[in-house]
Design a protein around this ligand. Structure first.
Ligand SMILES: O=C(O)CCC(=O)C(=O)O
Length: 245
């Protein structure tokens, strides 16, 4: 099993002091439909292999167990979670991740207050189709993911049917889901036959509960009269990249 930083054979080219572009100037906004958007910037976090190696080595990874088909099985990935309001030892996190969190808060106008880590050790590790439970607390949550390590396919599909869309995420890529994504779309990191190496996703959320033990089925999309105002206030309702920057 992949267990220590020394086993991580990242590209030497990607090693170096971690840094990122806090202006988000080169982020591309992709509209999945009228209400759901993504922000994507390949290679946004530089020095990502160093971040990967450090996190793998210092995080006290948790193996959660999930009830499945009348049995209790290991969840197919390792996780760890920190939040501003309690939970997780901040000393474990690298300073650059807190800098990323603050930069995301400034740019998106939301107070990102938690950082969740998912470690996919090899192609057997995965996360099933789901939408984040934070949708039960917020209408238009923004979830930002910085991926490090070997790229893995990340798929999204509309709730209720339709073709899925796929991105390869790893090596410092930034991927942000906003608008109604958590209500009307699902996402997954599927198992693959041959992973080039481990991948770690660093997820930034605001105002939610700790991550759920199991991925829950997506409920009906919710709508309210305040949705437009919320979208506008977050910068999610228009194409401007500079709102709250
Ligand atoms: O690893 C990823 O990119 C996805 C993680 C995810 O879906 C989650 O934390 O809910």
């Amino acid at each position: 099993m992949f267990a220590s930083a020394s086993e991580w054979q990242g590209s030497l080219l990607a090693l170096g002091d971690p840094e990122f572009d806090p202006s988000f100037a080169t982020v591309e906004r992709i509209w999945l439909d009228d209400e759901c958007w993504l922000d994507h910037r390949p290679g946004w976090l530089q020095g990502s292999d160093l971040v990967m190696a450090e996190l793998v080595a210092r995080v006290p990874w948790t193996q959660r167990r999930v009830p499945m088909y009348e049995r209790v099985l290991d969840e197919p990935r390792l996780v760890w979670w920190w939040s501003e309001t309690g939970g997780g030892d901040e000393a474990v996190l690298l300073p650059v991740l807190q800098e990323v969190r603050h930069a995301l808060s400034r740019y998106y106008g939301r107070h990102f207050d938690s950082i969740g880590l998912n470690l996919y050790r090899d192609g057997h590790d995965s996360v099933a189709w789901h939408a984040d439970r934070v949708r039960f607390q917020q209408e238009t949550p923004i979830i930002a993911i910085v991926s490090v390590g070997a790229p893995r396919p990340f798929l999204m599909r509309p709730l209720g049917g339709g073709p899925s869309r796929s991105w390869l995420l790893g090596q410092g890529d930034l991927f942000v889901m906003g608008g109604w994504c958590q209500h009307t779309w699902q996402h997954t990191v599927p198992k693959i036959a041959h992973a080039a190496g481990p991948r770690l996703s660093i997820t930034f959320r605001h105002g939610g509960d700790p991550p759920e033990l199991t991925d829950q089925p997506v409920g009906q999309p919710r709508r309210s009269s305040s949705s437009s105002a919320m979208l506008d206030a977050s910068g999610a309702g228009n194409n401007s990249r500079n709102v709250n920057a």
